[in-house]
Design a protein around this ligand. Sequence first.
Ligand SMILES: CC(C)(COP(=O)(O)OP(=O)(O)OC[C@H]1O[C@@H](n2cnc3c(N)ncnc32)[C@H](O)[C@@H]1OP(=O)(O)O)[C@@H](O)C(=O)NCCC(=O)NCCS
Length: 292
Amino acid sequence: MRHERNGFAELEHRSGVEPDEVLALFYGKQADGVRATLVAVAKPSLTRAVEVFVHGFCFGRSIKHPYEAQKIAELWVLRDAPGAKNPRKTEVIAHGIVPWRVLTKISELVPEWHFVCHMYGPEESGEQIRAGYKAAGYRAIATEWTFGHDLEGIPEVASDPPVRRVLDPADAGRIAKAAGGRQIRDEDLLAEQPKQRLYTVMDSCTTFGWVSSIPIGDAAWVANLFVDKRHRGRGFGRALMSKLLLDDRQNELAASYLMASSAGRRLYPHLGYEQIGAMQIFCPAKRPEKTL
Ligand SMILES: CC(C)(COP(=O)(O)OP(=O)(O)OC[C@H]1O[C@@H](n2cnc3c(N)ncnc32)[C@H](O)[C@@H]1OP(=O)(O)O)[C@@H](O)C(=O)NCCC(=O)NCCS
């Protein structure tokens, strides 16, 4: 959200509040004149979404081997911690910085194979961003959409079987089998303050779907919503998200963020999420040949 009022940007800058976090400018009449007070509230903001995405994504990828986020210059660089047998590709997250500058920084700082995830708000042109990377020989791979929820007005959605939180290692094992990889660490299943909560819809024979909430500070990152292809369109996606959000609110979190695929993009507004931005993913057109 950008404000066009004269002088507003300067006021925001001075108060240390990011423009997209500002919700209200209150005016109050006092004995010595009219005073304006800038009030920042935890309205879902893209700036916050970037941080929650970076840390939530790294946490989710760290189940096997630590995957770390490092802020280098104006970029977030996400990569395997040293010691990985087959290091996964590096992800560079850019926000609020123009493509040519991102690429200059990458050429100085990221020698290995990488993807660039460029996050932007509604006031920026996705076409211009794409043109910037393409001109430098990068290939556009995908677009995802950034959604935020202020945890107000969550619809209660039931399903049959009902959604439940996964607390039993045997259930976590069934989900791992269906997903082709572990979705949660054992220590988070029963922890009093878990770093992740995993939810599922399953009965004694079938695992219908799952989703995770990963708290990052006062917000939550939504990871890996998935419903088995054979059981889509039966309301499991909505029911999983509804339970996850109600528990986020119960846990006194202030917001929930996620990155949506095109199927997810249609689902999340039903739950009260608002689209606050988008992310385009690029990779260098040529993969460097492996050297011995
Ligand atoms: C997205 C997904 C979780 C939805 O699960 P689901 O159980 O089918 O969802 P629901 O039955 O609760 O559907 C809720 C809404 O989602 C939307 N939706 C669901 N599947 C969709 C699809 N394939 N294409 C477009 N919209 C879809 C619809 O708007 C639907 O609302 P409607 O019933 O009023 O039309 C499921 O399609 C999936 O697992 N997809 C692959 C993984 C993925 O994309 N995950 C989301 C990551 S952000």
